[in-house]
Design a protein. Structure first.
Length: 251
């Protein structure tokens, strides 16, 4: 058996040769990256990559550059579109209006007093007839023992508080997502039970990353899919408008 070539053993056992498996994995990764959004880091890496000869082991892109002519890869590619699992094909979800800027264009680098005033003015700019939701999430050392909280104020000045734990291992980002998801699910339950309470919703959050992920089509990600579905159901069932506004934390 020692003198038997590995390729012969693979053919005899009906196993695809290792070389072909390596080629397939490399080409699949390359083609998947080429079909990403224009601003996706993987696509940018593939598009801007320049070949450099090295003595050490070659990268995947080196290997693809050597074999792509052999497999006649396409010149034009259709962009991949990510969808939520278990959702019927070609379903268009209603999306919220997402605002990531404050009045007066204040940022976290602004003077603390100016930032606080801009944040308050931004909050006050929304109608009092809307349901105002304030969400927050935090984790110890940004990775463990996280929790979330949400404060909901209705137009009649009544209010509710939601809070809970997010698990032993959880990041700040995931905790913020839990807070928004809990608030939306609770409002959906309230509006379904008491349709007269259904009003437009404004959600204030300090998670810029969550808002940017939703804005960039990240609702297909598993952690954001529940938020996207709850927003769609609220807008569809109660004919309301949902806005998500970034407000810097501790301002």
């Amino acid at each position: 058996m020692r003198s038997t070539p590995t390729a012969a053993c693979e053919i005899h056992t009906n196993v695809e040769p290792l070389g072909l498996r390596r080629d397939k994995a490399a080409v699949e990764a390359y083609e998947r990256s080429k079909r990403m959004n224009q601003d996706h880091p993987n696509k940018l890496l593939v598009e801007k990559w320049k070949q450099r000869n090295r003595i050490k082991q070659k990268s995947i892109l080196h290997h693809v550059s050597e074999i792509k002519d052999r497999y006649h890869l396409p010149e034009t590619r259709q962009q991949l579109q990510r969808v939520i699992a278990n959702l019927p094909p070609h379903t268009l979800l209603n999306t919220p209006e997402i605002r990531t800027k404050l009045i007066d264009e204040a940022t976290k680098r602004s003077d603390p007093v100016s930032l606080m005033i801009a944040s308050q003015r931004t909050i006050d700019a929304y109608p009092q007839e809307w349901v105002h939701v304030y969400t927050d999430g935090s984790a110890f050392k940004a990775t463990i023992k996280a929790g979330y909280g949400a404060y909901i104020q209705y137009p009649d000045r009544s209010s509710e508080e939601l809070f809970g734990a997010c698990g032993e291992i959880c990041s700040n980002y995931e905790a913020e997502i839990h807070a928004i998801e809990a608030a939306l699910y609770h409002l959906k339950t309230v509006f379904d039970a008491f349709p007269s309470k259904a009003q437009n919703i404004i959600i204030f959050t300090d998670s810029m990353s969550a808002l940017q992920a939703l804005e960039d089509g990240g609702h297909c990600k598993s952690e954001l899919s529940h938020i996207a579905l709850d927003i769609d159901r609220l807008i569809t069932s109660h004919d309301i408008k949902i806005t998500m506004q970034w407000i810097p934390g501790h301002s």
